[in-house]
Design a protein around this ligand. Structure first.
Ligand code: MRU
Length: 364
């Protein structure tokens, strides 16, 4: 979708609503007075929408992972800003910009690694200066635009990434799909486009312990769209790659530093090492909103550590001795030199480096 198409209300509405063959899943919807989220903690056992009416509820839902995936939490936060503005306007009138500050801080702090969260809140804040009177309608339009642009970027990245594929098997990790974005997905956008173009034989997905984004979410999402998917244990990836059928590993990103280092779901780095060792290609698919040029290298990316109870396995009923200590870093950093292709809506970078990234982002 080109920039001027965002002025076409019907096209934006259709993009956001989804429901087309091959693109049926959406993780969030905006209802004028509420943000509705497809609760990802319950999938695939239960398809339940929850309705949030305050920015505090949105921050909590991001922290608790009712909504997850870097672009999706950015979009949820943008709608959270609208809810915060509605409350601030009601309580403080024309002083709403000051009243809203604590809510913006809370939204930004909900999860530390995804660049899209700050990016979206900042982009909403940039609109504040030009507003007169009740800000809700204008901010709601801005959040909707962020939402629609994300899906359009995913469609574009899907085409660009799929064009690189060669008909082999692919392996993906976590869930970088419709559920993790406004819709269509980043890595799974490439899978969707590649499937339609006949450029993929099999899609493998690792379980993605401990939260099981691969086992629970990616399987469910691809099955909704009729794309066959094969689940493997995370630890089966090495021998699968040695068999030689998987020629591509395709993943998303939570934050990409200025030098091209990529933070993504824990286990991504190991897959990049495996790809290089076995001569498979490693593709990272991420919109411009995931880049953080103010972070020089991956060493500066904050890595979220979540509660060890996620590993104790309340979901999977794994018993871990109470005395065992647990560390649960949920992201890792893949050095740029292990990335073969970086796919964005602005184009594809082969063997990404600083200069290439600056060029792609227009010197941003
Ligand atoms: O902890 P999560 O489930 O939010 O982690 C999500 C990922 O790591 C995704 O790969 C990343 O956000 C890219 S989503 C398009």
């Amino acid at each position: 979708m080109m920039q001027n198409e965002f002025r076409n209300h019907a096209a934006v509405t259709a993009l956001i609503r989804g429901g087309e063959p091959g693109d049926s899943v959406r993780p969030l919807r905006w209802r004028a007075d509420a943000l509705e989220l497809l609760d990802q903690r319950l999938l695939p056992a239960e398809v339940r929408w929850i309705s949030l009416t305050t920015a505090g509820q949105v921050a909590q839902a991001i922290r608790d992972m009712a909504v997850r995936g870097a672009p999706a939490i950015g979009i949820a936060a943008a709608y959270g800003v609208v809810l915060a503005a509605r409350q601030a306007w009601g309580e403080a009138g024309k002083d709403w910009r000051r009243a809203i500050e604590p809510e913006l801080t809370r939204l930004c702090a909900a999860r530390p690694t995804a660049a899209n969260l700050h990016w979206a809140v900042q982009r909403m804040q940039q609109q504040f200066g030009t507003m007169d009177g009740d800000p809700v309608a204008a901010l709601s339009a801005s959040a909707t635009q962020i939402h629609a642009e994300d899906i359009a970027a995913n469609r574009r990245m899907g085409e660009l990434g799929a064009a690189l594929l060669d008909g082999s098997d692919v392996l993906t990790h976590c869930n970088a799909g419709s559920l993790a974005t406004g819709g269509y997905g980043t890595a799974l956008g490439v899978v969707r486009s590649g499937h339609v173009a006949g450029r993929i034989s099999n899609v493998y997905i690792g379980e993605t312990r401990p939260w099981l984004q691969g086992a629970r979410l990616t399987t469910w999402e691809l099955i909704q769209d009729g794309i066959p998917v094969t689940l493997i244990a995370d630890s089966a990836a090495a021998s699968l790659l040695r068999e030689g059928c998987v020629r591509w590993i395709i993943v998303g990103a939570d934050r990409i530093a200025a030098n091209g280092d990529v933070a993504n779901k824990i286990g991504t780095y190991g897959l990049a090492v495996l790809a290089r060792h076995h001569g498979a290609k490693f593709m990272v698919v991420a919109p411009v909103s995931t880049f953080d040029l103010s972070t020089d290298t991956g060493a500066g990316i904050p890595i979220e550590e979540r509660n060890g109870d996620e590993l104790r396995g309340s979901n999977a009923k794994i018993q871990v001795p109470e005395a065992a200590q647990i560390r649960n870093p949920v992201f890792d950093v893949t050095p740029a030199e292990l990335v073969d292709f970086l796919v964005t809506e602005n184009g594809v970078l082969k063997a990404p480096d600083r200069a290439g990234i600056r060029g792609l982002l227009g010197g941003a």
